[in-house]
Design a protein around this ligand. Structure first.
Ligand SMILES: Nc1ncnc2c1ncn2[C@@H]1O[C@H](COP(=O)(O)OP(=O)(O)OP(=O)(O)O)[C@@H](O)[C@H]1O
Ligand SMILES: [Mg+2]
Length: 288
């Protein structure tokens, strides 16, 4: 039974839903096609062997983000504004990248495209080897929920919920049990130094504390990648420095890859690499 017959098994071999890291199949499946996760263990191995697919359980590539020739244009009336004009960017697992450049150079646009919130006009983005372009809306939503965390300048917390309840939201979307959500939320709040603020609502927290809650929320489902858009932009410099130290510590201890759009030179100093954007293009992808 050859691979040409795979179309007879649409429920078995198809594009990998982003909710779990795909296994590597060594080159015999068409790009982007892997075995469905519901089809696991011995059954998967037997099936793959029957299909003559050389299968191994090796981990995925060490590249967390791979953006190739990404363009993004916005139509303003009849005029196309080129926000991104051919961005190539690779981010390795565990990197702490500062994405810098003047206002309007395309930092937020690029983060939104890497974060599967927005689509490129041209080019491709892979997260942990999975091409976003090939995913359905449901699978993109799974990927955002399970592999990505987002942190914004103005925290985006739900004002009527407590810190703990805000951190629980991504876990609720994943269907975690209430007790598990609660204990993980408390553990995360402890990790960001806020265990004693768990029952506070956002209005009862300082800016730095709210940002730490949003960082805890971004980590809730153990993402591979956290994208942060000016996380210290609304904080005074001392509070900002605390938040940066926390991020760097989480990055180092837990190997969470972080890409941070920022104007803050303290973040740049702490980063493992600075990527500079100018007019929608990468200026110096040099290591710092
Ligand atoms: N929804 C939109 N419609 C039209 N143009 C847009 C839209 N979003 C962004 N742009 C334009 O795209 C370009 C890049 O914007 P972007 O927000 O990515 O910049 P930025 O680097 O994040 O800037 P800042 O440092 O001020 O946050 C800008 O010229 C902006 O005006
Ligand atoms: Mg921006």
């Amino acid at each position: 039974m050859g691979l040409e017959n795979q179309r007879s098994f649409p429920m078995v071999i198809q594009q990998w839903p982003a909710s779990t890291s795909p296994p590597r199949t060594s080159g015999k499946l068409p790009a982007g096609f892997v075995v469905q996760p519901c089809f696991t263990g011995l059954a998967k191995r037997v099936f793959l062997e029957a299909m003559a697919i050389n299968y191994s359980e090796e981990p995925m590539s060490e590249i967390t983000v791979e953006a190739n020739n990404v363009h993004k244009s916005y139509l303003l009336g009849a005029t196309a504004v080129g926000a991104l004009r051919g961005v190539d960017l690779s981010v390795m697992r565990g990197e702490f990248v500062a994405l810098m450049g003047p206002s309007g150079c395309g930092k937020t646009t690029l983060l939104n495209i890497i974060g599967a919130i927005d689509l490129p006009s041209r080019g491709s983005v892979r997260i942990e080897g999975v091409d976003l372009q090939g995913l359905s809306d449901d699978h993109l939503a799974d990927l955002r929920r399970d592999r990505l965390g987002m942190v914004f300048q103005f925290y985006n917390l739900i004002p009527t919920l407590t810190a703990r309840e805000n951190v629980e939201i991504p876990m609720q979307f994943k269907g975690a049990k209430a007790a598990a959500q609660r204990s993980r939320a408390l553990e995360l709040l402890e990790r960001v130094g806020l265990k004693d603020r768990a029952d506070h609502k956002p209005s009862e927290l300082s800016g730095g504390e709210q940002q730490r809650v949003s960082i805890a929320r971004a980590l809730a489902n153990e993402p591979a990648l956290v994208l942060l858009d000016e996380p210290t932009g609304d904080l005074d410099s001392a509070t900002g420095a605390e938040v940066i130290a926390l991020l760097r510590d989480l990055n180092r201890r837990e190997q969470v890859t972080m890409v941070i759009a920022t104007h803050d030179h303290t973040i740049a100093e702490q980063s493992s690499r600075i990527v500079k954007l100018r007019d929608g293009k990468i200026e110096t992808p040099a290591a710092s």
